[in-house]
Design a protein around this ligand. Sequence first.
Ligand code: FES
Length: 112
Amino acid sequence: MPPRYFKTNGHLLVCQGQNCQARGSVLLHKALWTHLERQSLAYYKTGGTVRLTESGCLGACSFGPALCVYRAAEGRLEEGWYAAVDFPLATRIAQAVQDGAALPTERKYGPE
Ligand code: FES
């Protein structure tokens, strides 16, 4: 029997490289997980569709904590890249993924 598949609206990755850790990414990741659990946004909660993973360096070391998000949108893969991410911004990104809404634009960089 294969593993259970959980429907996912999108996947957030929070960098845990050394530079981002020095700027608070350990606490950011932990706080975001707690938020996803409490708000039932985590993929394994009823109605939840958001995945969250630690990542290695995302290449924005001087601008951390860095976070990227991937999701399917209008038949293509949409990506969002963020620098200097704090908890409020991270929760807004997660909520946009949950709701299928436009990603926040503040502190976003990279492809449109
Ligand atoms: S250490 Fe986080 S982007 Fe490089």
